[in-house]
Structures are given as C-alpha cells and as structure tokens.
Design a protein around this ligand. Structure first.
Ligand SMILES: Cc1ncc(COP(=O)(O)O)c(C=O)c1O
Length: 426
C-alpha cells in the first residue's frame, strides 16, 4: 500500500496549515496524517486510492456510517431553509425534546458546538450551584482541551507522584494551571470520599467508562457509591458521555449502568458528524443556565443545518434499529477478534460494548489509568499500523467504533486482515 499522494499533500499543506493538521491529536498518525478523498458507508478512500474499512469513524461520531441518507437529506433540505439565524428554530426544540426522552439525566438541554465547551458550562453550573470552586477529575480521563481540565490525561507516571494523590500535570505548554482541579485515581471510593469531606468540591467529572485511556469499566458498585457520596456531600456529579453517549445505548452509559448523574455532557454520535454537543441535566441545575445566572453562549450553537442533522440522527437512534445492527455486528466482531488473538497466543482483553470497545494486549483487569498502562501499547500500535496497511483503520490506542452499516462482509474482511497481520508477526 502506497501513501505517496497523502505524503505529498500533507507536506505541501503544512506550508499553510500548522503542522498540516487542524487538531493536535491528528499529528502523530502513522505513517503520517492521511489525506482522504471520500467517505461512504464504513469505507474511507484516501488520495492514493487506498480503501479502508473504518473503525475510527471520525473518533466516534459516525454511528450511522459516513453517509446516512436520512441525515444527509435532512441537512440538505435545511440548507435551502436556513443556515444560521442567531435565533431559534423549531427543530432545535424537537431535538432537545427527544434528548429528554432518551437520556435519563436530561430534564433540560443546552446545545453547544463542541464537547470541550459543554464541559466548561458544566463546571460553571457546578460552581454556581454549590458556591464552591474545586472540581475533581480522574487520571487518564479526557474532558476536552481547555486549560482548566487538560490535566493528567496521559501523564508520565514517573512524574505523576503518589498513585492515591496524583500530581496535577499539564497537558501542553502555555497552559494556565488552576488550583481548582483535583486529580484522583478512578474506581477508588475511599480517596474520593476523603476529598469530598473537605466541603470544597463543587463537582466531580468522569467518563462513566474510561475510553480515552484504554477501556476500563467502573468496578461493581463504584458508580452507585459515587452517586451516593456526591449527594451526601452536596457535590454535582457530571458524567462526560461524549464517547459513551449513544454508543453504549441510546441513553448513554447511564441508562445501561443505572446511575443518573446531575449533569451530562453529550457530543460525537449525537449528530453523526455535525458539530453539535450538549449539556443536559436536572431542572434545578439547568435553571442556572435558563435564568442567565450562568452564562453560556456561542455564535454557532444550534446552527440550523446541524440541528436538522441532530434531529434526524436522534430519531433514527431512538428507533433502536441501529443498535440492533450494531449489537449483531459489534458483538460478532468482539467475539471473533478475541478468538484470533487467542489462537495467535496473544494475551489480550476486550472491554466494552458492541458500539465502542477497547482491545488491550498483555494486560488484564486494570481498574484505573496506571494499571491500564501496563498493557503492551507499543505492540498494539504496531498491530494498528500493520492493519492500516491491509485496509483496516483502527485507533492505535485500542478503541474500536462500530457503525450500523458495517456489514458481515466488512467484518469478515477485517478478520481476514487481522489473521494476516497476526500471522506475519507484530
Ligand atoms: C470524553 C470526552 N469528553 C470531551 C471531549 C471533547 O469533545 P470535543 O472534541 O467535541 O471538544 C472528548 C473528545 O474526544 C471526549 O472523548
């Protein structure tokens, strides 16, 4: 497989676009950031004409595949009606109403344009509601790229200090570090309660399933206990479901795991590729936004075309039809991948759900960031690159996203590529 044109384009493009990419997370891709020509169904085609079965799905959003007719038709129709009006449209109310029917914690909704922004609103609401300043986040969890929360996402353990009282480490140069963020190990109730006892914690934010570093499920009873503790100590519980929302189920991880946070951040699969995110939550907290006590704004919030796409996506997701397809295809893929790794003698663990799961080599049962790092991540990244060269695109960090249009032949081609790669050794 040749990447010549891609290499040429990204090199030439770097003269105009910083680093040749428009998101820092695209920088490190092997062999270099790829340049794509088109995306349809679950297939990507790059400028060299290489075809890939895609399990990256734009980092998660494309749950209905790259070209779902209903979503495209809704967006095209809206283009002829309005693009952006700095006012309201009926479709945004309809989309919000659907969200309140789908996501357990959603009594009210505010749309935003990215997950990172919506997280910031949640922090404001938590602080306004509690009159406290500190936010707890967990090592290895990602909640967007803004200064106050891009900390200890993938910290170097040699710098991260005590596992039970981690140092708060910056994610980038030029970052303003806040004294108001506390980093804790996940899945540990005792250290959490110790912090909450201080009476200074406004909010706790977490991915209810940690997918940004490896794939780690909450330990049995952990989320329930966190819920109890947040209520007991008057702290706002925020689930960041930007990845898990609409992938673990139509109501997110909270619906499946049976724990309802006070506020939830949604994004990615919410709009199948359009720039839409949301903060949703209980009436009392969302009233801080309703009344304007907490400011939340944005020129592009609820842009009409994006809202049309959101509404179309939500209607399809609510019908459950995509989940039936994904349960079959993702379930099959998880089972068969596991068999392939086992028959090649690779110690591995698959964690997650048919719509989003994580594959890890040589490490079983981590419960938090540091134990998850024990996996052989380099070997996995080599596997991912070898697979790319066989026409299957997966994330080197281990996450696989399924769409409702990955067909049995796509899955079988994928498994055959996996077999080839494992046979040739990684
Ligand atoms: C869990 C989680 N929260 C927040 C974000 C930030 O969302 P966005 O990239 O839309 O700003 C991401 C992005 O990957 C995410 O995975």
């Amino acid at each position: 497989m040749l990447f010549e044109q891609s290499h040429l384009q990204v090199t030439e493009g770097s003269a105009y676009v910083a680093g040749g990419v428009n998101s820092g997370y695209r920088t490190g891709s092997k062999p270099h950031p790829l340049v794509f020509d088109s995306a349809h169904g679950c297939e990507l085609i790059d400028v060299d004409g290489n075809k890939y079965i895609d399990y990256v799905l734009a980092m998660g959003p494309m749950i209905l595949g790259h070209s779902p007719k209903e979503v495209i038709d809704a967006a095209k129709k809206q283009l002829d009606i309005s693009i952006l009006v700095a006012g309201q449209t009926v479709i945004e109310y309809e989309a919000a109403k659907l969200l309140t029917q789908m996501v357990p914690s959603a009594q009210k909704v505010r749309f935003a344009s990215s997950g990172s922004e919506a997280v910031q609103v949640a922090f404001r609401v938590a602080r306004a509601a509690t009159n406290r300043w500190k936010i707890i986040k967990f090592e290895g969890h990602y909640h967007g790229w803004f200064d106050n929360v891009l900390v200890s996402v993938s910290p170097d353990v040699s710098l991260a200090g005590d596992a039970l009282n981690p140092n708060v480490l910056p994610g980038t140069q030029g970052q303003e570090m806040s004294e108001n963020i506390v980093v804790l190990p996940w899945n540990n109730v005792e250290v959490l309660e110790e912090q909450l006892k201080s009476g200074k914690i406004a909010g706790i934010i977490m991915e209810p399933i940690m997918f940004n570093t490896s794939g780690v499920l909450p330990s049995p009873g952990y989320l329930e206990r966190v819920r109890e503790l947040a209520t007991k100590y008057g702290t706002v519980l925020i689930f960041d479901e930007v990845i898990t929302g609409f992938r673990v189920s139509d109501g997110g991880a909270q619906k499946v795991l049976g724990v309802t946070p006070d506020l939830t951040i949604l994004g990615k699969a919410l709009a199948n590729g359009f720039a839409v995110a949301a903060i949703v939550g209980n009436e009392e907290l969302m009233n801080f936004i309703s009344t304007g006590k907490v400011m939340h704004a944005g020129t592009y919030n609820s842009q009409s075309v994006s809202m049309a796409a959101t509404l179309a996506t939500l209607k399809i997701l609510k019908s459950q039809v995509p989940y039936e397809a994904i349960d079959d295809s993702g379930g099959y893929l998880m089972k068969e991948l596991s068999k392939e790794f086992a028959s090649s003698g690779i110690e591995h663990e698959l964690v997650g759900y048919p719509g989003v799961f994580n594959v890890r080599f040589d490490s079983k049962g981590p419960t938090e960031y540091r134990s998850a790092l024990k996996a052989n991540r380099e070997r996995y990244a080599n596997f991912a690159f070898a697979l790319l060269q066989k026409g299957v695109r997966i994330l080197p960090r281990g996450t696989w996203f399924l769409s409702s249009v990955h067909s049995t032949p796509d899955l079988d081609k994928t498994l055959s590529a996996v077999r080839d790669v494992l046979k040739s050794g990684i």
